[in-house]
Design a protein around this ligand. Structure first.
Ligand SMILES: [Zn+2]
Length: 407
C-alpha cells in the first residue's frame, strides 16, 4: 500500500496546544465564523455575530496566543478608532482531523486541516466486513495517515467515521448498517481503544451535510437539502440553521420512502422503498432482467443507456422520475432554498436528470417551486472529508472539548 503523501500549505510557527482553546459561547461563535467565512476583519465578525468589537478581541486573544488564529498582513490600525483592521485567518494546520468512510470491502481515509482542506488520503481493503477486521484496518489507516503528517502528527484532534445506516452518533453505536451487515456495534469505543484518539461516528449522509453546512452550499443558504444517489439514495436536511438529526438519530431516509411500484425487496428488508427502483443496484437489475444479460456490469449498463438501448434508457428514466417525485415530496414538506443532488460520475446525470426535474416540477407545490436544484459529482473522498468535518464541528460546538466524542 502506498504511503500517505503529505501536502503542506502553512508553515506558521505554532504555540504548543492539545485542543482548541475555546473559552465560552462568544469564543465558539467567533471561531465558527472565522472557520467558515474567513479571512475576515474583527469588525465584520462583530457585525455577523452581534458581539461588540471588544468582545470579539477578547474571544480571539487565546486563539491567537495558541497559534490557531493569526492576523494577515502587516499591522495596521484604522485612524478614527485605533482598531486593528487586518483580516484574521484560521491557521489551517494548527489542528488536524482524520476522516474515514467505511464501505463494504473498502475504507477511505483523509487527513484534513482546520478548514477541511485535504492534506493526504489513503484507501485500504480489509480482508472482510467483520467488525474486528474493519476496526483493525481503520486503526491502520489512522496510523499511516498520522505517520504521513510527520512532525504535525500530534496535532490530530480525533477521528471522524462515516457509516451508512442507522447510526447513534452520541452513543457511538452503529445500530444497524445493512450494507455492512452490522447490528449494535460500539464502533467509536472499539476504534478509540485501538487508536487512543477521540472518535466520533456519524451517518454518512449527515456527515456530508455537516460539511456542506460549514464549507459548501450552507455558507450562502439557511436551508438546504442534499440528496445522494448511487448505491443507496440518501438525504441530508439542513433547516433553520442546523442539521436535522432526528429525535432518534434517524432523519431524511428518502431512500426508504414507500413510493416505488416494484416487487423488489429493499436492502432494509421492506418493499416499495424508493431504492428498489432508483439505487444503482436496482437500475442494473432492471436492465439485466429486461435484456436477458444476467452478467451485465454497471459500466456496460451505462454504455447501453448512453447508446440509446430502450430497456436501459427506460430503467434510468424510471429511476429519475422516482427521485424527482421523492424530491418534490421533501421540498413540499420542508421548503428548502436549495436541493443539491450529488452522485458519482456527473457525466451520467444526463441519463435521468431531465426526467427527475420534470417529475419534480409536476409535483412541487406553489412557491416551493422556487427551490434551486443543482447537480454535482463527488467521490468517496468527500464522504471521508465529511466525517472529518463532523468531528471538527462536534469539538468546536462543545467548546474545544469533546462532549459527544468517545474518549
Ligand atoms: Zn428500504
Amino acid at each position: 500500500m502506498p504511503e500517505a503523501r503529505w501536502i503542506t500549505t502553512d508553515s506558521a510557527t505554532l504555540a504548543e496546544h492539545s485542543l482548541l482553546p475555546l473559552t465560552g459561547p462568544a469564543s465558539i461563535d467567533v471561531f465558527t465564523h472565522l472557520l467558515t467565512r474567513g479571512p475576515v476583519p474583527r469588525v465584520e465578525i462583530a457585525r455577523a455575530t452581534g458581539l461588540s468589537f471588544a468582545a470579539v478581541t477578547k474571544a480571539i486573544a487565546p486563539l491567537v496566543d495558541a497559534g490557531v488564529v493569526r492576523e494577515l498582513g502587516a499591522a495596521r490600525t484604522a485612524s478614527a478608532a485605533g482598531r486593528p483592521v487586518n483580516p484574521l485567518s484560521v491557521v489551517e494546520d494548527a489542528a488536524l482531523m482524520i476522516g474515514i468512510k467505511i464501505n463494504p470491502g473498502e475504507l477511505i481515509g483523509v487527513i484534513t486541516g482546520l478548514t477541511a482542506g485535504i492534506r493526504a488520503e489513503l484507501r485500504i481493503e480489509p480482508a472482510g466486513d467483520e467488525v474486528e477486521t474493519v476496526v483493525a484496518a481503520a486503526a491502520e489507516l489512522v496510523t499511516r495517515l498520522r505517520a504521513g503528517a510527520g512532525a504535525l502528527s500530534d496535532r490530530v484532534i480525533g477521528v471522524g467515521v462515516a457509516v451508512s445506516g442507522d447510526v447513534d452518533s452520541r452513543g457511538g453505536i452503529v445500530r444497524a448498517s445493512a450494507r455492512l451487515g452490522w447490528q449494535e456495534v460500539p464502533l467509536a469505543e472499539l476504534l478509540r481503544q485501538r487508536t487512543g484518539l477521540p472518535v466520533l461516528i456519524e451517518n454518512d449522509v449527515r456527515a456530508l451535510t455537516i460539511a456542506e453546512h460549514w464549507f459548501g452550499v450552507g455558507v450562502d443558504t439557511g436551508s438546504f437539502v442534499i440528496i445522494t444517489i448511487g448505491t443507496g439514495i440518501g438525504c441530508g436536511l439542513h433547516l433553520n440553521g442546523d442539521v436535522v438529526e432526528g429525535a432518534f438519530g434517524v432523519a431524511g431516509e428518502i431512500g426508504h420512502l414507500p413510493m416505488a411500484d416494484s416487487e423488489r425487496v429493499c436492502s432494509c428488508g421492506r418493499r416499495a422503498c424508493l431504492e428498489t427502483v432508483a439505487s444503482s443496484a436496482a437500475i442494473l437489475a432492471e436492465i439485466r432482467a429486461g435484456t436477458g444479460k444476467r452478467r451485465l456490469t454497471w459500466d456496460n449498463a451505462l454504455r447501453l443507456a448512453h447508446a440509446g438501448e430502450p430497456v436501459a434508457v427506460a430503467a434510468f428514466e424510471q429511476a429519475g422520475a422516482a427521485i424527482g417525485r421523492a424530491m418534490a415530496t421533501v421540498v413540499n414538506l420542508v421548503g428548502p432554498e436549495v436541493v443539491q443532488v450529488v452522485g458519482e460520475g456527473v457525466a451520467d446525470f444526463d441519463l435521468y436528470e431531465a426526467r427527475m426535474r420534470d417529475e419534480f416540477h409536476d409535483h412541487v407545490f406553489g412557491a416551493a417551486d422556487r427551490c434551486r436544484i443543482g447537480t454535482r459529482s463527488h467521490s468517496f473522498t468527500d464522504w471521508a472529508r465529511g466525517a472529518a468535518v463532523a468531528l471538527l464541528r462536534s469539538v468546536v460546538l462543545s467548546g474545544g472539548r469533546t462532549k459527544y466524542l468517545t474518549m
